[in-house]
Write a protein that binds this ligand. Structure first.
Ligand SMILES: *Cc1c(COP(=O)(O)O)cnc(C)c1O
Length: 392
């Protein structure tokens, strides 16, 4: 064998069957082969298990799918290259021309775009309501044969709490699927509710490190199986190396989430006591208008704390800019703290009425609390609030 051949067929190192790597290896391979054409044909006919082409499935991404399905208390999962990827592929896999979808003003911006602009191009209609308008959901379900109801809780950025039991019950009795983006609450929450499909951005709490993107849809085995071919063909496959990084991130998911929630509660209390702050949005605070519902539905209240500053957009901008330990950028759930200024999150696609429902004001600032020492974070918040008030 010449070396030009050898480099393309390097020596194979196989582990003895009684010898295992403690961390599962990354199967950084697009292709897998069987020992014979017979076995290959059996696989292609669906008569045996195995792997063939990574766009369809890969052992490393499969390990991630099985893990997050179990964390969320469901049978199966499909992962994709981003959170938005999983939302778009799920919506495309589940809907067809003439279908009707119920969604909410307080929904992640790209999800609203997908429903209002993209699905609309394919003849899928929608009704967009406030997440607090349960009577409106009942009316919309009565008026239109509905394929699915898609919602979030807590909502972004003002942490409204969806009544999950009411929404799933109404959807179920109308023959509609309930689809919940559970990114804010995490894998260990809401699994006991009869949600048909959970969506997650793995970019956030799952990875934690903020260095990799991914998405997951989790649900009953038959429902996930029915979407598998569409997902493989839409092609937003998660790379095995990204799957490995997310699996590594998940090892510290529970300790991170708990610590971040504890710090978030402290910062929320601090903000609530400050004269420059008009209102704090954190479901863990007894002053949150839906605190009772949050307490009934959730074990932890998350690491997102938003507040409305009395000084409006100017004060909000100054506060966000003066924070030293909080990066002024998008995303959430990472180990470093982040801040979004009011100027960064006005829903440009919303009408005046919808903007009112969104409850995002001129002075709304969103914080994502990381793993820094909480005293350091609170000191930073104190000086930034002074800077915001002082310069006004
Ligand atoms: C970030 C986010 C997404 C999208 O995830 P990406 O991984 O950034 O594509 C979807 N839903 C919610 C609630 C999010 O916060």
């Amino acid at each position: 064998m010449k070396n030009t051949t050898r480099v393309n067929h390097p020596p194979v190192v196989e582990l003895p069957t009684d010898n295992h790597s403690v961390v599962a290896p990354i199967y950084q391979s697009v292709k897998f082969e069987f020992d014979s054409l017979d076995e290959t044909e059996k696989f292609l006919r669906g008569e045996r298990s195995g792997f063939f082409y990574t766009r369809a499935s890969n052992p490393t991404t499969r390990q991630l799918e099985l893990l997050v399905a179990e964390l969320q208390g469901r049978e199966d999962c499909l992962v994709t290259a981003s959170g938005v990827g999983v939302i778009s592929q799920t919506l495309l896999a589940l809907t067809k021309q003439g279908d009707h979808v119920i969604c909410f003003v307080e929904t992640y911006n790209p999800t609203r775009y997908l429903i209002r602009r993209l699905l609309a191009r394919f003849g899928v209609t929608h009704t967009m309501l406030s997440i607090e308008d349960i009577a409106g959901v009942e009316k919309a379900l009565a008026a239109h044969k509905t394929r699915l109801v898609i919602f979030e809780s807590p909502t972004n950025p003002v942490t409204k709490i969806a009544d999950i039991a009411a929404l799933t019950r109404l959807a179920q009795s109308a023959g509609a699927l309930s689809v919940m983006d559970n990114t804010f609450a995490g894998f260990h929450q809401h699994g006991e509710y009869e949600v048909d499909l959970f969506l997650h951005s793995l970019t956030k709490y799952a990875s934690g490190a903020g260095d990799v993107m991914g998405g997951a849809v989790i649900g009953r085995g038959d429902l996930i199986r029915s979407m598998r071919t569409d997902f493989g063909t839409l092609g937003g496959t998660l790379d095995p190396h990204a799957a490995f990084l997310i699996l590594r991130g998940l090892k510290t998911y529970f300790v991170r989430y708990k610590a971040q929630c504890e710090s978030a509660m402290r910062v929320a209390q601090q903000l609530a006591a400050h004269p420059a702050v008009a209102k704090v949005h954190y479901p863990g605070l007894p002053t949150h208008p839906q605190h009772a519902l949050a307490k009934a539905q959730m074990k932890d209240f998350g690491s997102i704390v938003s507040c409305d500053l009395k000084g409006g957009a100017e004060a909000g901008g100054r506060f966000a800019g003066a924070l030293k330990l909080f990066a002024l950028t998008a995303s959430l759930g990472s180990t470093e703290s982040l801040v979004v200024a009011p100027q960064m999150m006005r829903g440009r696609d919303l009408t005046q009425d919808q903007l009112r429902i969104s409850a995002v004001t001129e002075g709304t600032v969103r914080l994502s609390i990381g793993l820094e020492d909480v005293d350091d974070l609170m000191e930073d918040v104190t000086q930034a609030l002074s800077a915001a008030a002082g310069a006004g």
